[in-house]
Write a new protein. Structure first.
Length: 276
């Protein structure tokens, strides 16, 4: 396997409300890292900072005090275990982590496309491919206007099906304006923002495991990542695991090996968390 994918920077513990596996603990995660020969893992539970008004009912209990219950982490020579989070961006300047609290984390994932959260992340009146084609780059542009410590920020799952689960994802991905997206990725590259390769974005269809959408239409599913690479962005891998059975599957190796090869990524293209 390409040594690019020797880490996992997107793992949820049972502190995330969407994780229903009580065995998904820091100890289990460290065992997973040892078994697969990873040099580093990052725990990124969902988070909405209590210092920021406007949390949804789902997010409200998942505050900083809550996610810090996973600390202190177990240790193992040769493996770095980072403390991160996955917060939320709802557009404008509504970010679920206060600027002054970024220092509490080694790494902060900021998704812009959890569009299944209708009325919270996604405006209720956005219903068409055409509207989503405009909203996705708009959200990235709005995010990049904020004053943040960008070197510790990652943008996860750019092609998640949560972006438009009820519609034509491939039309959406192909409809995004290339020049506009390249301007966005140019900024990301200059600020050394990490771009995630998320295993769940490249898995086979659940109703037919013989069909891999990204392999059927790589022009659509790899399009944004190729733009990001052209702009000089750095990439990291994330399993987005919410349960230990994802560890048994080793989704990074199973789903991302061919993606890394298709994008011709090398160790020089890797984003590395640099904790202080």
């Amino acid at each position: 396997m390409n040594m690019f994918a020797n880490h996992d920077y997107h793992i949820h513990t049972n502190l995330s409300s969407c994780c229903k596996d009580p065995t998904q603990t820091p100890d289990t995660i460290l065992e997973y890292a040892v078994k697969n020969g990873y040099d580093s893992v990052c725990l990124t539970d969902h988070l909405w900072d209590s210092a920021v008004p406007g949390a949804s009912k789902w997010y409200e209990p998942q505050n900083i005090e809550h996610v810090r219950k996973s600390l202190p982490f177990p240790k193992k020579d040769g493996i770095k275990v980072y403390f991160g989070c996955e917060t939320e961006f709802c557009g404008g300047n509504k970010l679920g982590l206060a600027r002054e609290n970024f220092d509490l984390f080694d790494f902060v994932q900021i998704p812009i496309n959890h569009m299944h959260m209708k009325g919270f992340v996604r405006p209720a009146d956005v219903v068409s491919v055409e509207q989503m084609v405009q909203l996705i780059p708009q959200r990235l542009e709005e995010l990049l206007e904020l004053d943040l410590p960008w070197e510790k920020v990652g943008i996860p799952h750019l092609t998640t099906r949560h972006m438009f689960s009820e519609g034509d994802m491939e039309s959406l991905l192909m409809g995004l304006d290339e020049s506009r997206m390249m301007r966005i990725f140019d900024i990301c590259a200059k600020r050394r923002i990490g771009i995630e390769l998320n295993a769940s974005c490249f898995e086979p269809r659940k109703d037919n495991p013989e069909i891999w959408p990204w392999k059927e239409n790589p022009a659509a599913w790899l399009r944004l990542y190729k733009m990001a690479k052209k702009a000089g962005c750095l990439f990291y891998c994330g399993s987005d695991s919410h349960s230990s059975n994802r560890f048994e599957m080793n989704t990074i190796k199973q789903y991302l090996t061919e993606v890394v090869e298709a994008l011709e990524l090398t160790e020089n293209d890797r984003y590395i968390i640099k904790a202080v």
